[in-house]
Design a protein around this ligand. Structure first.
Ligand code: AMP
Length: 284
């Protein structure tokens, strides 16, 4: 496995692989790798001949007062995980490599970024789409892999790729969970053992939603109120939002129909945690 710290070196390695006719896969991450990331990498290794994992804590997607400085950066452990998983190249640039001067060119996906996490994290998705556009230009992958865990991010990236005719495929991989249902996340490191147990109620609230839809409930407001009841059983949970939206355009819906996304964002102690499920009522 190679570790590329510069744009020039990763480009050189990918160019050589492409000249051998290899299919290039990219897994963009911010590091602090866990089993969620590993499942993306394993999918990439299966589907592609040459896999690049980028590890970059992207400053432009963090707002003021967010956890950019304290975000974990265990590079040595990450490299070991990548090596074991069969990664060909880890691209781990410095912020100066990625942003050599003040960034004044942005990629902004409208509408889809104005709901859910976009409301409380202004500028976040603009940072995500801009850094992904840069990574796609640098690595030029045939396929890039994202997690369902960040459902809005995956939908926004897919739309950017479609709207800007970027020549790659986006594959979205299922959310990997702890045995108690908690979606695995680098930010779970901020939680105590008790807070991790409390955080299991996030998925419980999503299961409640699924059960109610299965039982035939059509009133989204009634489902949201039951989901909030589940979350409110835990005093340490501070709800940011509980939403049910149309999975195609992320607009709120009153009546359950078609493919819906139920999404939750909460704060527990120092961590902001998100999770979601997609329910396709046409499959029920
Ligand atoms: P991050 O390092 O948090 O930016 O995540 C990098 C990629 O891994 C994103 O596409 C995430 O959606 C994905 N990811 C993070 N956690 C999980 C998880 N528990 N299951 C599946 N994918 C995940």
């Amino acid at each position: 496995m190679e570790v590329a710290k510069t744009i020039e070196s990763v480009r050189g390695l990918v160019k050589a692989a492409r000249s051998e006719g290899k299919k290039i896969g990219l897994v963009p991450t911010m590091g602090a790798l866990h089993i969620g990331h590993i499942s993306l990498i394993e999918t990439a290794v299966k589907k592609c001949d040459f896999v690049v994992v980028s590890i970059f804590v992207n400053p432009t997607q963090f707002g003021p007062g967010e956890d950019f400085e304290k975000y974990p950066r265990p590079l040595e452990a990450d490299l070991e995980i990548c090596e074991k998983a069969g990664v060909d190249v880890v691209f781990a640039p410095t912020p100066e490599q990625m942003y050599p001067s003040e960034n004044i060119t942005w990629v902004n996906v409208e509408k889809l970024t104005e709901t859910l996490c976009g409301r409380s994290r202004p500028g976040h998705f603009r940072g995500v789409t801009t850094v992904c556009a840069k990574l796609f230009n640098i690595v030029a992958p045939d396929v890039a892999f994202f997690g369902q865990k960040d459902a809005q991010q995956a939908i926004v990236i897919k739309r950017m790729v479609a709207d800007l005719n970027m020549p790659l495929e986006i594959v979205v991989c299922p959310t990997v969970r702890e045995p108690n249902g908690l979606a695995v996340s680098s930010r779970n490191k901020y939680l105590t053992k008790e807070q991790k147990q409390d955080a299991a109620y996030i998925y419980k609230s999503l299961q409640k939603c699924q059960e109610m839809i299965k039982a035939g409930t059509k009133d989204a407001g009634a489902i949201i109120s039951e989901m909030k009841k589940v979350l409110n059983q835990v005093p340490s949970i501070e709800i940011e939002y509980v939403s049910i939206v149309d999975a195609r355009n992320l607009q709120s819906i009153d009546r359950i129909a078609g493919k819906i996304l139920a999404a939750v964002a909460v704060r527990i102690g120092p961590a902001r945690l998100i999770d979601n499920i997609i329910v396709d009522t046409r499959e029920q």
